[in-house]
Design a protein around this ligand. Structure first.
Ligand code: NAG
Ligand code: NAG
Ligand code: NAG
Ligand code: NAG
Ligand code: NAG
Ligand code: NAG
Length: 396
């Protein structure tokens, strides 16, 4: 058999496998493409480049505030300026978080107003923030409940272990924002508060637990996706849930943990007893219900890879299908010697402006590619790195 017919055969075998694997989810073809219409909101170099501005941030999770305003939450943020299409490193500052308010009535290019804290401070600034500790936002609940926004993330301690950027996750934290729906254009007036999620971080009873990697609201429940690591079971994706009304009161007694059945209340055996949704775990992501497939959909990028994968499930706890590749990260960010990609966030299509030139997609997501070194982020031609990248997806 010639080399080229082997390639063709392999291609058909892998296509067949993809179809078989997806049988429990969606069997048809899936079209995915960069969304240039929405991406214009994230091309800050097309705007005022002379003053200090938002020049990049990761995470990129969104939450509808009002019918015309959508909140965007970013993690570590670069504040500086642009020299043409080059992000200038000299004089750049890096708060640990920022937000954007998207005006759905404006053209995407002019739609986003970015905010961070006073001076070069983080927008989400707990009392314990210092040069050694910060809140790393990972995800936001996709819509407000009772007028309140939730931003989930972790308290991170910079330890320098394993390199200058070495860090250790201390505990999962939730920030609440009140007043954003009433005063969407005045983030400085929003009332912020925060609290830790019990039984997260490096537990004295064994195991590491993080429940702030994805959030889903279904009926009275807030589902918290995360991961555990134990010596016996390694790292894997797991799930907890808590009634919104109880979380509001910071009453965790009704919190439940998915062990193959829902179990109420914490037990020290849980790091090992929690059921595996999939393994290994992924970084932050935002799952969603998808009308077109009639299932929940989670998009992930396996660590260090350049492929976006889709899993589907009839319920938030699963069973989740095997992953099916739906998108390849395009160049230059597909060069894994220079970039790594993560933060696959789905966005509510109704909370984004409508592209008049094409039919609405079934699903929109963003991902972020970070440079392996700061030089890769500030290199000429790397302007799309460390900025959420929009992809539109249609189930055919
Ligand atoms: C850019 O922003 C600065 C500071 O806000 C302002 O003084 C300047 O006029 C702006 N330039 C343009 C071209 O909009
Ligand atoms: C913000 O950071 C820049 C660059 O590091 C610095 O020049 C500026 O003084 C800082 N501003 C404040 C208010 O700290
Ligand atoms: C998180 O850090 C605080 C303050 O250093 C400490 O009291 C607490 O035990 C830490 N929690 C975990 C789970 O590491
Ligand atoms: C958990 O704590 C132990 C003991 O304090 C420490 O050796 C280990 O590095 C910690 N692991 C993580 C992931 O923080
Ligand atoms: C906490 O929640 C539980 C279960 O919903 C409820 O029975 C209990 O009364 C609540 N505790 C407080 C102090 O509100
Ligand atoms: C990146 O993608 C382009 C276009 O598909 C391809 O030509 C190139 O070989 C890829 N680069 C890497 C490092 O995989």
């Amino acid at each position: 058999m010639s080399w080229s017919s082997k390639v063709v055969l392999l291609h058909w075998i892998s296509t067949l496998l993809l179809l078989l694997q997806s049988a429990a989810g969606f069997d048809g073809a899936i079209a995915a493409a960069p969304d240039g219409f929405l991406q214009a909101a994230f091309e800050p170099w097309t705007r005022n480049t002379t003053s200090r501005a938002w020049t990049g941030g990761d995470v990129g999770a969104s939450c509808a505030l009002t019918p015309t305003r959508t909140l965007w939450v970013f993690g570590d943020t670069l504040i500086g300026h642009w020299d043409g299409k080059r992000r200038v490193s000299e004089g750049a500052a890096m708060p640990h978080s920022s937000v954007g308010v998207w005006d759905l009535g404006a053209a995407p290019r002019d739609a986003m107003t970015w905010r961070w804290g006073p001076g070069n401070a983080s927008f989400f600034r707990p009392s314990w923030e210092s040069s050694k500790e910060a809140f790393w936002a990972a995800v936001t609940a996709p819509r407000l409940v009772d007028g309140r926004v939730l931003v989930l993330g972790n308290r991170v301690l910079y330890t320098g272990e394993g390199g200058p950027m070495g860090f250790r996750t201390n505990e999962s934290f939730i920030f609440t924002i009140d007043g954003a729906a009433d005063r969407p254009d005045d983030p400085a007036s929003w009332e912020l508060d925060y609290f830790s999620l019990p039984h997260t971080g490096n537990l004295s009873t064994g195991g590491f637990v993080d429940f702030a990697r994805g959030a889903l609201l279904v009926g009275p429940w807030l589902y918290l996706y995360g991961n555990v690591r134990t010596a016996a079971t390694g790292g894997r994706e797991v799930l907890s849930r808590i009634p919104w009304a109880d979380l509001r009161e910071r009453n965790f007694s009704a919190q439940e943990y998915w062990t193959g059945a829902w179990r109420r209340g914490w037990g020290d055996d849980l790091p090992e007893a929690l059921a595996t949704l999939w393994s290994p775990q992924v970084a932050e992501m935002q799952p969603q219900w998808c009308d077109k497939t009639g299932s929940y959909v989670a998009l992930t990028i396996p660590f260090g890879s350049t492929r976006v994968e889709l899993r589907a499930a009839p319920a938030p706890e699963g069973p989740w299908t095997d992953p099916r590749k739906v998108y390849d990260i395009p160049p230059p960010q597909n060069d894994t010697t220079k970039f790594f990609c993560y933060a696959t966030m789905q966005h509510d299509v109704a909370s984004l402006p409508r592209d008049p030139s094409s039919p609405p997609p079934d699903l929109v997501f963003t991902y972020v590619c970070n440079g392996r070194t700061l030089a890769d982020v500030f290199a000429p031609g790397a302007e799309a790195s460390y900025i959420p990248q929009f992809v539109r997806l249609s189930f055919l």
